[in-house]
Design a protein around this ligand. Structure first.
Ligand code: CTP
Ligand code: CA
Length: 226
């Protein structure tokens, strides 16, 4: 326990958290992004810090204040997030990937503003790297925690992601349900674990959800440590 009497179950652990959207540039005035606000990931960063961890928060563009006592790395694109995460991965004990990484980026970017023209404009898109999938491939002893943003078949799709990306835990949410997903201050999640547990939670504040995620990581680690 620390001076305030709170438990420190992650004391001595290095935790890396990603948060927010990424922005994929087309030209100096335009980009592709998504509705992520970063609130969930920032709440997880605060909760991990509270639990005693040394926290690195790798954040896409958000409007949120930097959590105190947390090492914050600001990135813009999926490629920058990939590089930032990979550079801290070998020393990490736990990685929690709450960022909403763009799956596609414009194949071509323009250094000058593209002027409007008559008729249609088709922007060709290419895939970004799947950061979490790469972490799963390169996993040593790290605990890997993913998120699954779904609009249907939430638990099935989340379980498929857990297996495909070699995760330990996945936090699934239906981003179309009122009270859940990107925008508000609450979320409704199901946490699935590699060792077969499914925990369904009612609507809670993102701070409370963050605490549940930390609790699940701690109990998963206890269950799976010989
Ligand atoms: N993720 C990632 N890198 C990407 C895309 C996703 O690290 N390029 C991570 C997210 O941070 C999240 C998890 O993978 O932790 C699942 O993201 P999600 O968008 O739900 O799933 P995808 O695997 O991208 O599949 P799809 O969007 O088609 O459902
Ligand atoms: Ca995606």
């Amino acid at each position: 326990e620390d001076v305030t009497g709170s438990k420190q179950p992650l004391k001595g652990k290095k935790v890396v958290i990603t948060a927010g959207p990424t922005q994929e540039k087309i030209d100096p005035v335009r980009y592709f992004t998504n509705h992520s606000t970063g609130k969930m990931g920032y709440a997880v960063a605060r909760a991990a810090k509270q639990a005693g961890a040394a926290v690195t928060l790798i954040s896409g563009p958000t409007q949120l204040p930097e959590p105190t006592g947390v090492d914050v790395v600001h990135v813009t694109t999926a490629e920058e997030m990939f590089n930032a995460v990979m550079s801290v991965y070998p020393n990490a004990d736990i990685v929690i990937k709450s960022a909403a990484v763009a799956d596609y980026r414009p194949k071509e970017t323009f250094d000058q503003k593209r002027k409007k023209q008559p008729g249609q404009w088709g922007v060709e898109m290419e895939r970004t790297k799947d950061i979490l999938h790469t972490l799963g491939e390169r996993k040593a002893s790290q605990i890997l925690v993913g998120f699954a943003a779904e609009s249907e078949h939430v638990e099935d799709y989340a379980m498929q992601k857990l297996e495909k990306k070699n995760l330990d835990l996945i936090v699934a949410n239906n981003i179309t349900t009122p009270g859940a997903g990107f925008k508000g201050d609450t979320n409704i999640v199901t946490i699935l674990s590699k060792d077969g547990l499914t925990k369904r939670y009612d609507q809670q504040s993102k701070d409370e959800v963050a605490s549940r995620i930390i609790d699940e990581i701690v109990s998963y680690t206890e269950r799976n440590t010989p």
